[in-house]
Each structure stands twice: as C-alpha cells, then as structure tokens.
Design a protein around this ligand. Structure first.
Ligand SMILES: [Zn+2]
Length: 245
C-alpha cells in the first residue's frame, strides 16, 4: 500500500490512494467509503488494511457525516458510532492514539497538527472552502489549547486548478481569494481550491511555510486516485487520517 504523506505535518498521518486494496471494478482497489455501493466486506477489509498500514485501531477511527459545511467536532471522549451520525466536516482529537479522518474523492482533505499531540482533519470541497472549514479547524484546535503559531497543515490529493472547471456563479464566490480563479483560453473559469484554502489558513494565523498546499491532482491521475469529477458517482473514496498524541 502506498500512502501519500506530507513531510511538513508533525503527526502520524496518511492520505490513502486507490492502491493496495481488495475492491474491484469502479471501486478498485482501496475503496474505504461505504456510501457508493461497494461490497461492505471489501470496504471493511480495505479499512482494516489501511488501519494496519497507518497504525491505528479501525474500530476507534472517528469520522463524521460530511455535509459540505464548516462544523468541527471534538472527538475526545466520544465513540466512533456516535460521531459517524453527526453532521460536520471537521474533527479534532488530542487523546493519544485516537485517529480521526475525512473521506474524499476530489474535495480537499486538510490535516492539521500542533506538534504537541493535538490534531484535526477537515473536508473542504468548494462549499466547505467558502464556508471556512479550514479556519474552523484551526479555531477549534486553539480552543483546546493549541498554540496558533505551532499549527501546521497539509492539503491532500484533491482536484487541482488544472481540472476544476466551474460555472461563473461558483467562480464569483472565489473572487475574494487573489489568484484563485483562472480563465482558460475558452473563457471557462477554473478554481484553485488549494490556493483558497492556503489563504484561509494564513488568515487564521498560520505561516505560509507551515502549510503544505501542493498535493497531487486526483483527476489527473486515474492510476492512484478516485475522482468524482472524472468518473462520476458509484466510485471509491479515499480516507485522510491523522493520529493524536
Ligand atoms: Zn488535474
């Protein structure tokens, strides 16, 4: 199994790819998402394989019901089943060994850590980016004692400006982020979610050098990544995880 990792993040973490699992067809091979019709036994096995590689207990992995918003929940002291029912798009944890994660297949996964055991994970598609889920995760970490200047963030594999063509109504919402909207020769707008999220994290108090905002593009690389924009629904999902402590 090959996980994508950022050398910048001061916490055990990984961004899964589609490599190294047991699913077949459109879910091939490491689909860890349960919402798009893959055989649940294969999803369970893929999660087990990922947890083994990542060094966490799959039964204690905390995820949430992602809704493209900006709510950040504290996973400490809460069970995985309880959290999975909650609508939110970010999680934090500080209990040693607790893993938290977000599912994506083009949206931007953002993992954060303060180097003192506190970690967070956020799911930022274009709606979540505009809603400010990245800054919500930073503020939630600060609220539980993280020092803002110690927090580092890594953006994971997600759709790049190369591929993220949007309508003018979406592009207009990104006009406040300098350089986040590009126009192709044909006049079509492309949005740079990485640049927008980096700007949001800088506005939240992180140094530019504390942010890894150059992940691979999911849509450009069908060998390694699932991509909703490229392949539509009924595909696999990837998990980005980070471990507290
Ligand atoms: Zn691309």
């Amino acid at each position: 199994m090959r996980l994508h990792r950022s050398p910048l993040l001061p916490a055990r973490h990984g961004f899964s790819t589609r490599l190294g699992g047991v699913s077949t067809g459109r879910y091939a091979t490491l689909n860890v998402g349960g919402k798009w019709g893959d055989d649940p036994a294969n999803v369970d096995e893929n999660r087990r394989l990922l947890a083994e590689e990542g060094g966490f207990d799959p039964a204690r992995l905390a995820t949430v019901h992602q809704v493209h918003g900006a709510a950040c929940l504290n996973a400490d002291g809460r069970g995985a089943a309880d959290l999975a029912r909650c609508d939110a798009d970010a999680l934090l944890a500080s209990e040693p060994g607790r893993a938290i994660g977000v599912y994506t297949a083009d949206c931007v996964p953002i993992l954060l850590g303060d180097g003192e055991g506190r970690v967070a994970a956020a799911h930022a598609g274009w709606r979540g980016t505009i809603a400010g889920v990245a800054s919500a995760a930073v503020e939630a970490l600060v609220a539980v004692g993280a020092r803002r200047e110690r927090i580092r963030a890594a953006l994971g594999p997600s759709i790049g400006v190369c591929c993220f063509e949007v309508g003018d109504e979406v592009a207009a919402q990104f006009a406040r982020f300098p350089g986040a909207v590009m126009r192709e020769g044909d006049g079509k707008a492309h949005v740079d979610l990485w640049r927008a999220n980096r700007a949001i994290l800088v506005a939240a108090g992180l140094a530019a050098s504390a942010i890894d905002a150059h992940p691979p593009c999911t849509m450009c690389d069908p060998e390694r990544f699932f991509s909703f924009r490229r392949d539509g629904a009924g595909i696999g999902q990837m998990l980005s995880f980070v471990i507290a402590g």
